[in-house]
Design a protein around this ligand. Structure first.
Ligand code: ADP
Length: 647
């Protein structure tokens, strides 16, 4: 590699010329010259040559002295010594001082060239090694700095993402942004979800311009651009001052988007307002990384705040409700228990959260309700008697992912009302029936008091008929009242087949009196239903009774029952007068009777079908009619089959 600088030091001009003109220049080396040792030393110190070719015997300073001086100064420029006569002791001294070669004049061009090349190869290698070392040191330093930055960033990220208080979090983010970029100012803007406008939510170094304002609308085209594109922006350098059209004038600016999974929620910006220091790509990288941490943390904090406020709203609502509410996790450990529940179950301990329900509430009925719910994960309902005599009606609902929610209303007054109603119904039925029985008894006794005139007989017959009608009406009314109030409606497993057969046999004489055929067709192995024997008997009696009443002499009445996919179907068909379509929608209403010539003389209360409907609906069934005037009617009802697994 030519181009290296070689200093030739010799007091003889012809020697210098020989070396410079015949050896150095033709081989591409740059030559420096000195005519004595002193000048040689000076030039070695100031010009920093790559190699020195030097004579020993020179005025002012010998070659040996120059080398000693160089060594003293710590210089390690390689030296080739030229001398006329060799002396071993001189050579030893030179080599001790580190001379590279020792050449006895006269020497050939090849010899000196070879020597120069050897000495410079060493220099080159050393230089390359020094350069490699320097760049290694540089790379190490950079790596060290990057590791430090990443550690800081990681630390900041950790501290930021652990904060759930939004205001504290925002303040921490701007503080960190200033720290990692060395900027003069920082501001964090968030997008308002409703308007899409940007608001400054936290700032550092902006105090003099935005005193105490923490929610300040900004119109900033750069920040708007960052939100729109989702890309970070770096603008900098003193020259671009005029180009920075932010909300105010700055000299250098970095803006990074606060990006969550699917949208940009704000912008994190740092700037230098007075300093000429521009930002680097590394600053942008660090700010963007911080913005990523911040965006996730802000989203978490916002979600947390929303959940917290929802929870406190829920707690307020549940706390202030009159119903007792207990919410547990899936292991029935208490999550929430309101004041009404504390009052009802006499819970005094302040801390009940996370304790098993059985430890907190000492009420067997409620605990059993929880046990039942765990067993079949269905809504459980039940009455919960309390120690103070009150009764709660509890609904225990399993909530997937949460556990169980028990909501309990105080039904003490309803139970009392129920008891009073039952008492009233039975009293009234007794009080109304007994005077009628008395009237009927005395009217029947009238002939015994003396012979009645034909007119008196006719009147007393009418009184008796009237009393019968009123008795039937009262009976129907009381029945309807009882059914609607759910009084005396104890449910048990019923065999519909037996109910139908028994009722039909009781009515058979009435049908025979009108020479009607009364057929019964029942599917074998009719499924049982859960119901009230007496009331279901009343349904069949009312329908078959009506069929007999509203079918002329000699007609046909068929009672059928069959199983049909989870329910049983019972129908009563007749070949009677039928019901006009306009009346059909109303015949199940209380007191509704069809007005027609054929039925005018037939007595009734208009309550029979209302009772049928009420009883069937109480049994979770349905009843309807199909009828054609002059052809006949079919009344059908369905009842759900009894499912023993569900009970
Ligand atoms: P009522 O005591 O009048 O029989 P219901 O409630 O049993 O009262 O019946 C209401 C009305 O529906 C009856 O008045 C009658 O007009 C009509 N109705 C009931 N069953 C039949 C039937 N099988 N055929 C024709 N009409 C009927």
């Amino acid at each position: 590699m030519a181009g290296e600088r070689v200093l030739v030091v010799d007091d003889r001009r012809d020697n210098i010329e020989f070396v410079v003109d015949y050896i150095l220049k033709p081989n591409g080396y740059e030559a420096l010259t000195a005519k004595d040792g002193e000048e040689g030393l000076r030039k070695a110190l100031t010009e920093d040559p790559d190699l020195i070719i030097m004579d020993n015997n020179m005025p002012k300073m010998t070659g040996l002295q120059v080398m000693e001086a160089l060594k003293e100064k710590g210089l390690t420029i390689p030296v080739i010594l030229m001398t006329f006569h060799g002396s071993e002791s001189l050579a030893v001294q030179f080599f001790r001082l580190g001379v590279k070669d020792y050449m006895i004049k006269p020497f050939t061009v090849e010899e000196i060239l070879e020597s120069i090349d050897r000495a410079l190869t060493e220099v080159r290698l050393r230089k390359e090694r020094d350069q490699a070392l320097a760049s290694l040191v540089q790379a190490n330093r950079q790596l060290g700095r990057r590791v430090k930055e990443l550690k800081i960033l990681y630390g900041i990220g950790k501290s930021v993402t652990s904060l759930l208080d939004l205001e504290k979090l925002l303040a921490r983010v701007v503080e960190a942004a200033v720290y990692i970029t060395g900027a003069e100012e920082c501001f964090l803007m968030l997008v308002d979800e409703d308007t899409g406008e940007l608001y400054i939510r936290a700032a550092q170094g902006l105090k003099e311009r935005y005193p105490q304002s923490l929610k300040l609308r900004v119109e900033d085209s750069i920040a708007d651009g960052v939100v729109r594109t989702g890309e970070a922006v770096m603008i900098g350098g003193p020259a671009s001052e005029k180009d920075i059209r932010t909300a105010y004038l700055v000299k250098a600016l970095l803006s990074a988007p606060l990006k969550t999974k699917d949208k940009v929620i704000g912008v994190l910006s740092v700037d230098n307002k007075t300093s000429d220091k521009t930002f680097t790509d590394n600053d942008l990288y660090l700010l963007s990384a911080l913005a990523d941490y911040a965006a996730t943390a802000i989203e978490n904090a916002q979600l947390f705040t929303a959940v917290k406020s929802e929870r406190s709203k829920l707690e307020t609502i549940i706390g202030s409700t009159e119903d007792a509410v207990i919410i547990t996790d899936s292991e029935t450990r208490v999550l929430l228990l309101n004041k009404a529940a504390r009052r009802a179950f006499g819970i005094e301990s302040a801390e009940v959260t996370n304790k098993p329900i059985a430890q907190v509430v000492k009420n067997e009925s409620l605990i059993n309700l929880f046990i039942r719910s765990i067993d079949d994960s269905q809504i459980q309902r039940g009455e919960i008697p309390l120690e103070d005599g009150h009764t709660l009606n509890a609904n225990l609902t399993p909530i997937p992912g949460v556990g169980y929610a028990a909501v309990m209303q105080d039904i003490t007054y309803l139970k009392e009302l129920d008891r009073m109603k039952s008492e009233f119904v039975s009293n009234v039925s007794h009080d109304l029936r007994s005077p009628l029985t008395t009237i009927k008894g005395f009217v029947q006794l009238l002939p015994k008091a003396g012979p009645l005139t034909p007119l008196q007989q006719e009147f007393s017959a009418k009184v008796l008929k009237g009393v019968d009608n009123i008795t039937e009406l009262i009976g129907d009314l009381l029945d309807l009242g009882k059914i609607e109030a759910g009084v005396g409606l104890e449910m048990d497993v019923c065999q519909v087949e037996a109910i139908i057969n028994k009722t039909v046999e009781e009515l058979r004489s009435q049908a025979e009196a009108k020479r009607q055929r009364l057929d019964v067709e029942l599917t074998p192995q009719l499924s049982p239903v859960l119901g009230n024997d007496l009331r279901l008997g009343q349904v069949v009696a009312n329908l078959v009774g009506n069929a007999i009443k509203y079918t002329p002499e000699g007609g046909l009445i068929s009672v059928r029952a069959s199983n049909d996919d989870g329910q049983i179907v019972v129908s009563v068909q007749d070949t009677g007068f039928g019901i006009p379509p306009t009346d059909q929608p109303y015949i199940f209403d209380k007191f509704y009777r069809v007005e027609s010539e054929e039925t005018d003389d037939i007595s009734g209360t208009g309550l029979g079908l209302a009772i049928v409907k009420s009883v069937i609906e109480r049994h979770n069934g349905r009843v309807w009619v199909e009828s054609e005037p002059g052809v006949g009617s079919t009344f059908t009802f369905i009842l759900p089959k009894y499912n023993w697994q569900k009970v």
